[in-house]
Write a protein that binds this ligand. Structure first.
Ligand code: HEM
Length: 423
């Protein structure tokens, strides 16, 4: 009975995240549709972009990261608490509030109110998680999970900074972008990345796959040190003093080294523990996207290139979707896949191929659109139509994927009950 409730909480997080993934894909599709034809004119494009990105970070990714942290990082007693249940409903309230208010009015009173509630909820979760974190986790996972919580807390300086600037009428100044980039960087290169890395080590640990503990500890240290200074390389366009630029370069090298070390020690082992070729495909796609992200970040550390990238919205969007769809979302889908039953519906294999194909096409098309802009070649309507088509393929693939996995989370009880370490 108790276990049922406990697992229910992880399952509730998984279901919640999955619903928000579906919602952001619909919003993404509407946005792409608006770029090829007049559609839903009563909703402003920019308002829907804000709804899409906020629900993506604070609904889809947030809930699945919570599921991972709960499943691997908290003892039964902490997973069953009433406080966590209240927290769960309040997070829904803030995400649904953001979805509606951003879609209708963009940045305004209610959307800011609901986003602020989410920040305070994540502060509470940080306190709760650190207070109750399991002591018997492998130390590498414990360190990554703690690090992730720290970066999630620090990322909130971005919105607070933006609020201060807004009060002075400077929200749309370059300093406003400095705050937004701080938030984005600490979210996906800190909070998201560190939970995922901790989860990858936990999956290996649970499957009894031996990895080099000392290499993993070195990787953690390098990765951790690199996060904050490497932020500087995402604001090189701001015109910073030379010494700060050098700190940024050093951070970028640390970040790159950390990612390479992670990929070189974990990629092969993750594939080894995964028997299914479709599971392998999701993992390969996620880690390949992470490798491309690492290379781009190293290249983007050159001020000239950084300036060109900053001026080119399509390249920024290509980089963001490579990181958030290619790497982060694909790994989270892999986690969901791991949590679902082994006997999956026939929808599953077609869905994985559609998702991977659509996401690859969308990311390549976004970079291509940016490239065409750079070389002064006009972007014909075909590129926006192709982007819409690729978005539709992702939508189909990911929806079938989520549908084919959902009914089988009922086996989570059985699987998790035997696989929690030390339980
Ligand atoms: C089917 C999948 C997706 C589609 C079709 C899609 C589409 C779009 C579109 C059309 C835009 C705005 C483009 C513009 O301003 O010109 C956008 C922006 C964005 N998307 Fe997505 N997206 C998808 C998945 C995701 C996912 C999974 C995430 C995060 C986990 C994400 C995060 C973002 C962010 C952060 C922005 C930038 C927002 C801004 O600049 O304010 N997207 N997306």
């Amino acid at each position: 009975m108790l276990l049922d409730w406990v697992i229910n909480m992880v399952r509730k997080m998984i279901w919640s995240g999955s619903v928000y993934f579906f919602v952001i894909m619909i919003l993404g599709l509407i946005l792409r549709w608006k770029m090829v034809a007049s559609f839903l004119p009563q909703f402003q494009f920019v308002h829907l972009v804000h709804a899409h990105s906020h629900v993506a970070f604070l609904g889809w990714v947030f809930f699945i990261l919570l599921a991972i942290l709960l499943q691997f990082g908290l003892p039964e007693s902490a997973r069953e608490s009433r406080q966590l249940k209240v927290f769960f409903y309040l997070v829904h309230l803030s995400v649904i509030g953001m979805l509606i208010s951003f879609s209708l009015e963009g940045y305004a009173f209610f959307s800011i109110l609901f986003s602020t509630i989410h920040i305070f909820l994540s502060y509470w979760f940080a306190y709760y998680f650190l207070k109750h974190q399991r002591k018997d986790l492998p130390s590498i996972a414990r360190r990554f999970f703690k690090g992730s919580i720290l970066f999630n807390l620090l990322s909130s300086f971005g919105p607070w900074g933006l609020a201060v600037l807004g009060a002075k009428g400077l929200a749309t100044s370059p300093l406003g972008n400095v705050s937004i980039y701080l938030y984005l960087h600490l979210q996906y290169s800190g909070w998201f990345l560190f939970v995922i890395m901790g989860a990858a080590y936990m999956i290996l640990h649970q499957k009894g796959i031996i990895y080099s503990e000392s290499k993993a500890q070195i990787q953690f240290s390098i990765q951790f040190i690199g996060v904050i200074p490497s932020y500087i390389t995402s604001i090189l366009w701001y015109g910073l003093p030379t010494y700060l630029i050098w700190i940024g370069y050093i951070g970028a090298v640390f970040q790159f080294a950390g990612l390479i070390l992670f990929l070189s020690s974990v990629w092969k082992l993750c594939l080894k523990q995964e028997a299914n070729r479709l599971g392998k495909l999701l993992l390969n796609f996620s880690f390949l996207s992470l490798s491309a992200k690492a290379l781009l970040e190293l290249g983007g550390a050159s001020p000239r290139l950084a300036d060109m990238v900053f001026q080119n919205r399509q390249v920024i969007l290509g980089y963001l979707h490579l990181t958030l769809l290619g790497f982060t979302s694909s790994f989270l889908l892999y986690y969901l896949y791991q949590m679902s039953a082994k006997q999956r519906s026939s929808l599953f294999s077609g869905a994985v191929y559609l998702y991977v194909f659509g996401a690859t096409a969308m990311i390549i098309l976004l970079f291509l659109a940016g490239l065409l802009q750079w070389i002064g070649f006009g972007q014909g309507p075909w590129i926006w139509e192709a982007l819409f088509a690729s978005s539709f393929i992702i939508f189909l693939g990911a929806t079938f994927l989520l549908m084919s996995m959902q009914p089988s989370y009922s086996t989570l009880e059985r699987e998790s009950a035997v696989s929690y370490p030390g339980q």
